[in-house]
Design a protein around this ligand. Structure first.
Ligand code: CA
Length: 237
């Protein structure tokens, strides 16, 4: 199903994956009114097929779905093509669980959510993936940052640990680059949310924890230090 209002060639294309018709309808209506082109899938397998066929700019993905769940959709879609994913979770504790699993979603919104919040999060996520890397644009920092065993190449958006390339999602890279530019400094979750996720409010700080956890899993546990009650810091040892 495709719903489109005044869609231009530049309208961002959103794939909504939601099996509850009432929620799906409400989200589609609002996104179309906001100028997005929207495709809808109501189960896991259809979501994967539509992501392939429609090449959306962003996916809004419910977790509990018929067929297979949103985590599996996220895995299968990301294996083919890097696309930002905003997950819809049923409860705060479901968000906690997903954060713990570090599934690689770029952001989470807990039901019930306001349409206004959802649209704001979608716009923030699209802005973030569409803007050039700050280092590449103005080069105020050396393009390759070396921190202990770590090499962060801002221009190529590549990361090596001990000379071995590590594959990161775009959000994971942005978070690491932000910590690397501020090496040694403790950055609060609120600052990271603003710098990396482009949010001014700090209501969703667990998304930061989720991505730190994913980075530690990929880069090793020794580089990003937790400063309890404050935030995170990237140190060379
Ligand atoms: Ca559901």
């Amino acid at each position: 199903m495709t719903a489109s209002g005044l869609v231009t060639a530049t309208a961002p294309r959103v794939l909504l994956v939601e099996d509850e018709p009432t929620i799906a309808r409400a989200v589609v209506d609002r996104l179309v009114a906001e100028g997005f082109a929207v495709d809808v899938a109501a189960d896991g397998p259809a979501a994967v097929d539509m992501a392939r066929a429609c090449e959306p700019d962003l996916i809004v993905l419910d977790v509990m779905l018929p067929g297979f769940d949103g985590l599996e959709v996220c895995r299968r879609v990301q294996a083919e093509r890097s696309v930002p994913v905003l997950m819809l979770t049923a409860r705060d504790d479901e968000t906690d669980l997903l954060v713990g699993l570090a599934v690689g979603a770029d952001d989470y919104v807990t039901k019930p959510f306001s349409m206004r919040e959802l649209v704001a999060r979608i716009r923030a996520l699209l802005r973030r993936v569409q803007r050039p890397a700050p280092d590449a644009a103005s080069a105020p920092h050396p393009p390759v940052l070396r921190i202990g065993p770590l090499e962060v190449d801002a221009r190529a958006r590549r990361v090596r640990r001990d000379g071995r390339e590590v594959h990161l999602t775009p959000t994971e890279f942005d978070l690491l680059a932000c910590l690397a530019r501020n090496r040694g400094a403790v950055l609060t979750r609120a600052v990271l949310l603003e710098q990396v996720w482009d949010w001014a409010d700090a209501s969703g700080t667990r998304v930061v924890d989720s991505h730190v956890k994913a980075l530690r899993r990929k880069l090793g546990p020794d580089l990003i230090r937790t400063v309890h009650g404050v935030g995170y810091s990237l140190d060379s040892a």
